[in-house]
Ligand binder design. Structure first.
Ligand code: XMP
Length: 319
């Protein structure tokens, strides 16, 4: 639309005026805000933008490949990918408390990002995908989750020595404007209209201690659920949907034997602001089909349950 075209032209001019010949670093998560920031900056300054993408081993199925395919291969954006799965898993060993897990994941993310950043030479600017609602939320009480979220995603503590100046091209935009310019800049619709995904990723969707084996099963189950929602044209009708890994031994029968295996919970909610939410009344036939597909398709899962709790009192995530 002309409105998005205008915003893009305006922001490109501003970024160029602001950074001049400087090089810009961006932590790319694959979420809407950082993706649109990457596309916009790439348009404005080409390969003077360097993105760092950290695979923490807690991403959704195929997510790292998708980000690299879209940005590096397809758009020619300069992306440095860091596989840090091992490091995150080691840091999470023995950690069961949700808030401690969040901190461990956030801190490890910052460590990995800083180390990569320190290897890159001649960077003067740090780009962040801050959007207008983030600006408002951090201006108010700095106690809300959004603040914690952003201090993790939009890296807060770069080494003093780097003295990076900030560039935040989405700072005056609302989410719908960010989405519109993302589409205009040629990002895939699936990426732009994707449900939100928490910074700590699958780390807060595996209850208790995180193990790679659990993350792999959860990724497989989640992918089945999400693909089924897309196939049934239900994906865009819910605000957020995902699978949760419950490491609870539950009895199942398979062939002639009893097995004790773990449980997958499915969560789908409808909400405007994510502060309150109602559980999505997905059709029984749909849930029946997804349950079968998960039990047949994911080894070691013998039971699937659907979360019928509203927020409040339950939160959207399980941890
Ligand atoms: P809750 O579970 O608090 O979630 O009802 C509300 C929204 O926030 C997301 N969420 C997070 N996002 N870091 C994030 O970046 C987090 O630690 C975090 N915890 C929850 C959640 O996915 C939902 O969209």
């Amino acid at each position: 639309t002309w409105r998005s075209t205008d915003i893009i032209a305006d922001q490109i001019a501003r970024v160029r005026a602001q950074v001049g010949e400087g090089r810009v670093l961006l932590g790319l998560s694959g979420g809407v805000d950082s993706s649109v920031t990457a596309a916009l900056l790439h348009e404005a300054i080409g390969d003077r933008l360097v993105c760092v993408f950290v695979d923490n081993g807690l991403l959704r199925l195929g997510e790292a490949d998708q980000v690299m395919a879209t940005f590096a291969q397809h758009m020619g954006v300069n992306v440095v990918a860091v596989n840090a799965e091992q490091r995150f898993l080691e840091r999470l060993a023995g950690v069961t408390d949700p808030e401690v897990k969040r901190k461990a994941i956030g801190n490890t993310f910052i460590d990995v990002f800083e180390e990569k950043a320190a290897e890159l030479e001649g960077i003067e600017w740090l780009a962040q995908g801050t959007i207008y609602p983030d600006v408002i939320e951090s201006a108010g009480a700095a106690t809300g989750k959004a603040h914690v979220i952003k201090s993790h995603h939009n890296v807060g503590g770069l080494p003093e020595a780097m003295k990076l100046k900030l560039v935040e091209p989405l700072r005056e935009l609302f989410k719908d404007e960010v989405r519109a310019i993302g589409l205009e800049l040629g990002l895939p619709r699936d990426m732009i209209m994707r449900h939100p995904f928490p910074g700590p990723g699958l780390g807060v969707r595996i209850l208790g201690e995180v193990h790679k084996e659990y993350a792999d099963k959860l990724r497989a189950a989640d992918a089945i659920f999400i693909q089924s929602l897309r196939d049934a044209d239900l994906y865009d009708q819910v605000s957020q949907a995902f699978a949760v890994y419950l490491p609870v031994a539950s009895v199942g029968v398979m062939g002639d034997g009893r097995r004790y295996e773990h449980v997958i919970a499915l969560r789908a909610v409808e909400t405007i602001d994510f502060m309150t939410a109602r559980w999505a009344h997905l059709p029984y036939e749909f849930l029946d089909d997804v349950s079968r597909r998960i039990i047949n398709g994911v080894d070691g899962i013998s039971r699937v349950v659907y979360d019928i709790s509203g927020k409040p009192p339950a939160t959207i995530e399980w941890e």
